[in-house]
Design a protein around this ligand. Structure first.
Ligand SMILES: [Zn+2]
Length: 90
């Protein structure tokens, strides 16, 4: 997906939006970024990321994504108190 628009609908390139989160290079800094990254994980069929970011009390033991499923888009209607909660050192 290099160079293409991010599936989350941010309008930013995938490489500069959700891909760094999906590949473990960065941690989503806000709840909205986490939600966007999880949407992109569904759209790019990355079950490992979905499981890793699922609350342990509700997470299934395994996750099988239906191959070729077409995700049409994510609309975020509003956010509240969307502050950066996690800041990486360096
Ligand atoms: Zn994104």
């Amino acid at each position: 997906m290099s160079g293409s628009d991010c599936p989350c609908g941010s309008g930013r390139p995938f490489d500069d939006c959700c891909d760094p989160h999906l590949s473990g290079q960065t941690i989503p800094p806000t709840a909205e970024a986490l939600m966007r990254s999880r949407y992109s994980a569904f759209a790019t069929e990355q079950a490992d990321y979905l499981l890793a970011t699922w609350h342990p009390t509700t997470r299934p033991a395994t996750l099988t994504l239906e191959p070729g499923l077409r995700w049409l888009g994510l609309k975020i209607l509003s956010t509240e108190a969307g502050v950066r909660l996690i800041r990486r050192a360096g």
